[in-house]
Design a protein around this ligand. Structure first.
Ligand code: CP
Ligand code: NVA
Length: 318
């Protein structure tokens, strides 16, 4: 890393990660390059323990496989310790305020990771905590997943700028963070969603503002084929996110023309990448042939959660 890159890392120390829009293009690129470097270190068993003696608290209000395991393992590999704090087991679940929780946890911990429903829970925690707060998924965004996704695309395609990312399905937290993170890195982003399930208008407005600076093109469309046309990367996510399970049947109807299958991806570039944050439902948002096919990079993405989050923690919490 040269001095300019180190300066980007230095500027991130002590900051929160609520959404990727918190950071400049150069700061995100710094984190992606560091993630790739930390992956190399891990693969060659090179010791890197900048967080010795430090502790991350992990507040979970929703289920998780990847996020919990990758943050906990990541903290361990960086020489620190991670504490799993289920909302049901801490006083937050019995009405203690976020402000008081933030004040108390700031006296014990060096960083807090939170997975929650309302995005305002993340922003409030970040406001009241004296230590870095990392958004590990809210109803509005999932920036840690997108860092891992951008790392995966960079590794497979060599660069992000000018590449076309197509997202098909629910205009949800994943769609939001992919749109914001993608345009921040100069990618063209197309999103196809059915009526009533479009992305948040304010997020799209923010993305358009960023795109006018980075030169990215944004297309918010109804037709999945149009979104996928000539794409370098095709992304989808579940039709019913956590918290929306009771809408499963209604959503299966609404999303029936939005399955990423062999026919749909025939419009993408021949060497397109298939991405999915996981967990996935084969036969719903994606066909087994696509998710288990040769263009799928789902396990690289899942692995990169570890490396990308180690880059974030080592930078914010060191
Ligand atoms: N992609 C993701 O965040 O997975 P988990 O819900 O298993 O953490
Ligand atoms: N949109 C999904 C992402 C899971 C990682 C959800 O919020 O459930």
């Amino acid at each position: 890393m040269d001095l300019t890159q180190q300066a980007h890392g230095h500027a991130l120390k002590g900051r929160d990660l609520v959404e990727l829009t918190d950071y400049t293009t150069e700061e995100i690129q710094y984190l992606l390059d560091l993630a790739i470097e930390l992956k190399r270190k891990q693969n060659t068993k090179e010791i890197f323990r900048p967080l010795e003696g430090k502790t991350l608290g992990m507040i979970f209000e929703k289920s998780s496989t990847r996020t919990r395991v990758s943050f906990e393992v990541g903290m361990f590999q960086l020489g620190g310790h991670a504490l799993f704090l289920s909302k049901n087991d801490i006083q937050l679940g019995r009405g203690e305020t976020i402000a008081d929780t933030a004040g108390v946890l700031s006296r014990y911990l060096d960083g807090i990771m939170i997975r929650t429903f309302g995005h305002e829970n993340v922003t409030e925690l970040a406001k009241y905590a004296d230590i870095p707060v990392i958004n590990a998924l809210s109803d509005l965004g999932h920036p840690c997943q997108v860092l891992a996704d951008l790392q995966t695309i960079q590794e497979h395609k060599g660069a992000l700028r000018g590449k076309k990312l197509a997202y098909v399905g629910d205009g949800n937290n994943m769609a939001h963070s992919l749109l914001l993170g993608g345009v921040k890195m100069g990618m063209d982003v197309s999103i196809a969603s059915p009526e009533g399930y479009e992305s948040d208008a304010e997020i799209v407005r923010q993305a358009q503002e960023i795109a006018s600076e980075t030169g990215s093109k944004i297309a918010i469309v109804r037709d999945a084929r149009e979104a996928v046309e000539n794409a370098d990367a095709v992304y989808t996510d579940v039709w019913a996110s956590m918290g929306f399970e009771e809408e499963q049947k209604v959503r299966e109807q609404a999303f029936k023309d939005y399955q990423v299958n062999e026919e749909l991806v025939s419009g993408a570039k021949a060497d397109y990448l298939f991405l999915h944050c996981l967990p996935a439902h084969r036969g719903e948002e994606v066909s087994a042939g696509v998710i288990d096919g040769r263009n799928s990079v789902i396990f690289d993405e899942a692995e990169n959660r570890l490396h990308a989050q180690k880059a974030v923690m080592a930078t914010l919490m060191a």
